[in-house]
Write a protein that binds this ligand. Structure first.
Ligand code: TYD
Ligand code: MG
Length: 462
């Protein structure tokens, strides 16, 4: 056997070094190098002599296919995010900040699957059986057949699952809470280190592929927004879901980041209550303020998350600045994009904001990621500067270029339909938007240049 070698692995980017250093050269982080040994198991790298291999079976690409069988929870917010249910034998990673509600979500999902007749094993390395039972009672998940274990050793977990298999009680789904607590006998490093997490993940993935049991791994995210330590886990699993939200608000979003069996960019919206998470079927209502009392500086943006429309309120406050360099503060949108939009407003619309503080906030703690919000943000800014509310019951969407020209964005029809469903009467969107000729009751106002928008919203007051 090869002699055990020590090396140092960066816990942030998993770069390896033979010598310790204070700073990782690869990612620039300080104090992230930890000693780990590479005597065996996955990731042992070169060093061992290559043995003689067995040839793998070769297939033709044009063979028979079958639609991957899935277990479906009938909780549509969850199923949609997984691409229509959890695929048998797949491995999913659910990441999120500590305390955001991952354990709560997965306990509820475990109970739901169990109620539908699937056998589920929930393995926790973080809480005691008593704590988990207490939570299950609160979530009304206790009267189900979910099996519970508190174990952190990978070999023991696999032995437990093998025993179930041999008794013909193979589970449909195993939930591991969390991947950072797992450790394997095969490596010497401490739990939570890159080597341990990678080895444990590899072992669980192998189990899921061999047995056909789906595995959901929970992972804590570091403050930088990465699954603690290893990004490698994300590459290994079939799907990555992020559970996010602002802890001061009650809503939570489950977002698909990677999915080998379906679309990404889907979201599921949940609301945290005293008795656990509830799915929100109409998330637009959550992010909209009172539409009857329009105040200057608020505009409604018709956004798209994945395949699904979502209306969000954008709030802007523009006020004369006492400072030489006015303040720009943004919550929930890209601050670079705001700077660009302010420059376009000044250059092409004659809107002077150089001596004004500008604050922009997206209601409900939501984060907008698409450039389609440009027109809505511009409308909110103009409205706040002029002190006039925007035309009532209006939505805005569209991208703005540096020349001040608007650009059509994707899914215009679903955006408009969602607005119509919620009782909006007017839609402002870029000229040349494809669905403009469709028969809809909503009044459609096409905008070619950002300066047209300024003119329209300030003149068309009713
Ligand atoms: P938890 O699922 O333990 O978070 P994670 O596993 O992501 O670390 O969620 C903990 C938070 O959720 C905690 O702050 C309390 C809150 N919570 C509720 O508001 N209602 C509930 O019914 C439950 C179980 C938790
Ligand atoms: Mg937890």
């Amino acid at each position: 056997m090869a002699k055990a070698k020590q090396h140092y692995t960066c816990q942030n980017c998993s770069a390896t070094y033979t010598q310790w250093a204070g700073k990782c050269d690869a990612c620039g982080e300080w104090n992230t190098l930890t000693e780990e040994s590479v005597n065996s198991g996955i990731g042992s790298g070169p060093g061992k002599k290559l043995g003689k291999g067995r040839p793998a079976k070769l297939f033709e690409l044009s063979g028979e296919t079958i639609e991957a069988p899935r277990i479906i929870s009938k909780i549509s917010e969850f199923d949609r995010v997984c691409g229509g249910g959890v695929v048998n034998g797949s491995a999913l990673l659910v990441g999120g900040d500590p305390g955001i509600g991952k354990s709560t979500l997965l306990m509820q999902m475990a109970a739901q699957f169990s109620r539908l007749g699937h056998s589920i094993v929930y393995i926790s390395g973080e809480e005691s059986v008593g704590q988990i039972r207490m939570r299950a009672q609160r979530l009304e998940a206790d009267q189900t057949d979910v099996l519970l274990a508190t174990e952190t050793n990978v070999e023991n977990i696999l032995a437990t699952l093998d025993e179930l298999n041999s008794k013909d009680k193979k589970p449909a789904l195993v939930i591991i809470d969390s991947i950072q607590t797992l450790w394997s006998d095969r490596v010497d490093s401490a739990p939570g280190t890159v080597t341990q997490v990678r080895t444990a993940t590899q072992a669980m993935i192998q189990y899921s592929k061999n047995s056909g049991t789906a595995v959901i791994l929970v992972g804590h995210v570091t403050k930088e927004g990465q699954i603690a330590g290893p990004r490698v886990v994300e590459h290994m699993v079939d799907g990555v879901l992020y559970f996010e939200g602002d802890r001061n608000h009650q809503y939570r979003i489950l977002r698909t980041v990677k999915n080998r069996f379906g679309a990404t960019d889907e979201i599921g919206v949940f609301e945290m209550s005293h008795s656990g998470l509830r799915q929100v079927h109409n998330p637009s209502a959550l992010f909209l303020g009172n539409q009857d009392q329009q105040s200057p500086g608020t505009a409604v943006f018709a956004g798209i998350e994945g395949t699904r429309p979502l209306l969000v309120e954008i709030q802007a406050l523009v006020a004369p600045s006492p400072l030489g360099t006015p303040r720009r503060a943004v919550i929930g949108w890209d601050s670079q994009r705001l700077s660009m939009l302010l420059a376009v407003l000044e250059a092409h619309c004659g809107v002077q904001l150089g001596k004004h503080d500008v604050y922009l906030n997206i209601a409900g703690g939501y984060r907008i990621q698409e450039p389609a919000a440009d027109m809505a943000v511009a409308a909110a800014l103009i409205s706040s500067l002029s002190g006039k509310p925007l035309p009532a019951q209006s939505i805005f969407f569209g991208e703005v270029g540096l020349s001040g020209a608007t650009r059509p964005v994707n899914h215009p029809l679903s955006r408009i339909k969602e607005a119509e469903k919620l009782g909006f009467k007017r839609a402002f969107f870029p000229k040349n938007t494809k669905e403009q000729n469709l028969k809809l009751d909503i009044e459609k106002i096409e905008i070619e240049e950002l300066s047209d928008l300024a003119g329209k919203i300030l003149v068309d007051q009713k």
